[in-house]
Write a protein that binds this ligand. Structure first.
Ligand SMILES: C[S@@+](CC[C@H](N)C(=O)[O-])C[C@H]1O[C@@H](n2cnc3c(N)ncnc32)[C@H](O)[C@@H]1O
Length: 295
């Protein structure tokens, strides 16, 4: 008898945990959809069906749909704002990322691709000998995992271009040469090897293939675990004065663009956030917007 009672208690607790877990997932999905609706309504910013689905599901805890990585989903909204500024100012070109890992931060870039544009994914993937700082660890089937994730969330899979190799051995010609449309890049995220020398090379290459008004998104600049990133960015900025300016810092990203376009982006971000959520500090000699609220 005792045995049956404890079995029943176990079963009931299991069902309770299951249902509250499902309810939590549903709430998180619904609140994510709400955020999108608000953003779209207020700023008339278009997000594709793919983006909405991804935003709602990116942090689902169940294995298949969750995409692991180091990318805060709020950055997706920042990317939509940047994309909107670019659309309104005829800034066109490809999008790309160095250091895609499983695709968590790359997939939102794929969603921004417009007609006649492509998306470039650059990573050493399972060529672990090139992963000098062990970022992301050693994953034997990383390229396959990445490709499957992109397929699952991007209905425009055909625009994907991949370079598998060592970014330290590449030049901007390799990136541009991979894009058969002959266009430069309008958004490029840098999140590969976090050592200083690698950061300098990646920044130099990306800077050389950026279209006028294009944006470079740097990960981990303020992350104390990866001091090589700020060391590399600072060295690049010293050697290339007045070429790029930062315009926004938030969610572990720093966004740069060509000096003459920085105001364009920061004006839009100022409209986008409520003023009390932003601070403005001089950074590389320019007034830069900072979102530093704890989640
Ligand atoms: C921190 S992970 C990227 C995370 C990803 N952007 C995200 O948000 O989920 C860094 C990536 O850089 C890649 N990587 C490291 N060194 C590299 C190199 N020398 N060339 C190309 N990719 C490299 C690693 O394979 C790994 O996938």
């Amino acid at each position: 008898m005792k045995y049956y009672i404890s079995m029943i208690i176990c079963a009931v607790s299991f069902l309770y945990v299951q249902s509250s877990f499902a309810e939590k997932k549903k709430q998180s999905h619904d609140s994510n959809i709400e955020i999108f609706k608000t953003v779209q309504k207020k700023f008339n910013i278009k997000a594709s069906a793919d983006t909405k689905k991804y935003y709602a599901e990116i942090d689902y805890p169940d294995g298949l749909r969750r995409i692991d990585g180091w990318f805060d989903k709020h950055v997706i909204i920042l990317l939509l704002v940047i994309d909107d500024v670019q659309a309104k100012n005829n800034i066109t070109g490809n999008v790309g990322e160095i250091g895609v890992w499983q695709g968590r931060s790359f997939i939102p870039l794929m969603h921004l691709v417009r007609q006649d544009e492509c998306a470039l994914a650059m990573d050493c993937f399972e060529l672990y000998q090139f992963n000098l700082d062990n970022s992301g660890g050693n994953m034997p089937k990383l390229l396959e995992m990445f490709t499957n994730n992109v397929k699952a969330y991007c209905s425009n899979f055909d625009v994907l271009r991949v370079i598998k190799g060592n970014s330290l051995e590449l030049s901007s010609h390799d990136y541009l040469g991979k894009m058969e449309n002959g266009k430069g890049f309008r958004i490029f995220s840098i999140d590969g090897c976090h050592e200083a020398q690698a950061t300098i090379i990646d920044m130099k290459n990306v800077c050389e293939c950026l279209v006028p008004g294009g944006v470079i998104e740097i990960d981990d600049y303020f992350n104390p675990s990866w001091p090589g990133v700020s060391e590399g960015v600072n060295a690049f900025m010293r050697e290339n004065p007045n070429r790029l300016k930062p315009f926004f810092i938030g969610w572990n990203k720093v966004f740069f663009t060509h000096t003459e376009y920085a105001q364009l982006y920061s004006d839009m971000f100022k409209k986008f956030f409520v003023p009390q959520d932003l601070t403005i500090k001089k950074f590389f000699n320019v007034a830069t917007l900072i979102y530093d609220k704890k989640p």
